[in-house]
Design a protein around this ligand. Sequence first.
Ligand SMILES: NC(=O)c1ccc[n+]([C@@H]2O[C@H](COP(=O)([O-])OP(=O)(O)OC[C@H]3O[C@@H](n4cnc5c(N)ncnc54)[C@H](OP(=O)(O)O)[C@@H]3O)[C@@H](O)[C@H]2O)c1
Length: 301
Amino acid sequence: MIDGKTKILGVMGDPIEHTFSPAMHNAGLKELGMNYIYLPFHVKPERLSFAIDGAKALGIQGFNVTIPHKTNVMKHLNQIDQVASMIGAVNTIQFIYDEDIESSNQDNEINVTTKGFNTDGYGCVRAIEEKTSIKNKKVTITGAGGASRAVAFQIASSGIEELSLLNRNLSKAESLVADLKTNLASIGIDIGINAYGIDDLKRELSDSDIFIDTTPIGMYPNVDDKAIASADMFHEDLLVNDIVYTPMETSLIKEAKLANATVVPGYKMLLYQGIRSFEIWLGREAPVDVMEKALLDVLGI
Ligand SMILES: NC(=O)c1ccc[n+]([C@@H]2O[C@H](COP(=O)([O-])OP(=O)(O)OC[C@H]3O[C@@H](n4cnc5c(N)ncnc54)[C@H](OP(=O)(O)O)[C@@H]3O)[C@@H](O)[C@H]2O)c1
């Protein structure tokens, strides 16, 4: 029940009406009996700084941030976590309020620390690690957009041996790989990372352990689009993760099943990025099963 002590979490984006996050988070909050509510906020780009200031004034505890604000919001935050800083995008904000209200009133400022995190890559890694360890593995990723960037930085800093990044526009893959190498070197990580065009996918998959497709190919309504790879390019020891989550069984997942490869559906990344955000805000373990069921229900799966 909402009462005078209810605390607020939320997600802001433009558009926002199709978000699946409120169902997942509110189910988790209810399960733990926490007096919180998670709400969607439609925030236009030109109102982003007002939204952050307004959130501070209203005592909001945490936000998820989605398209188009993930990068622009960073300049409005006090602290950025190392992974989010390398990725150059934030999808989770934690608001930490100073208890000393009197001193904050004196200088007419709201004493609140805003910390930015990126849990998208974490979501992907945890989804894969449900099935297999990623340590010392060769990983191949297709796509070099925003999702690829989050996944590639997290996965490359999680103990893998080698990463191949393939994109239709090769120069975009090369630029992401150069960025990865520079940032990873700054934290002492030195692994083989290479950029290729999509034509090299069959060769790269032949000795890969894990394949992650971050392109939108096969996403609803284009469910009949030809997958980026076919069954003959896979082997039985390969794990195939399509991060598209509508539909659950994409054309790529169908090809992977034909090859008896291990599959990880895209909704798992969505689930675990939310689980991590929940745990950052509430400082306690999230009820994964309940949140997964709520997410599957709202996805209509
Ligand atoms: N499961 C989750 O939690 C989760 C989270 C985030 C995103 N996603 C999904 O991930 C997908 C990508 O999102 P994004 O933000 O990274 O998009 P993005 O920034 O627009 O990047 C899309 C990438 O896919 C490539 N691509 C697009 N169409 C292609 C095609 N027909 N053939 C080959 N490559 C193609 C693009 O290549 P070029 O550079 O050559 O154009 C680009 O590298 C979306 O479907 C999104 O819904 C899922």
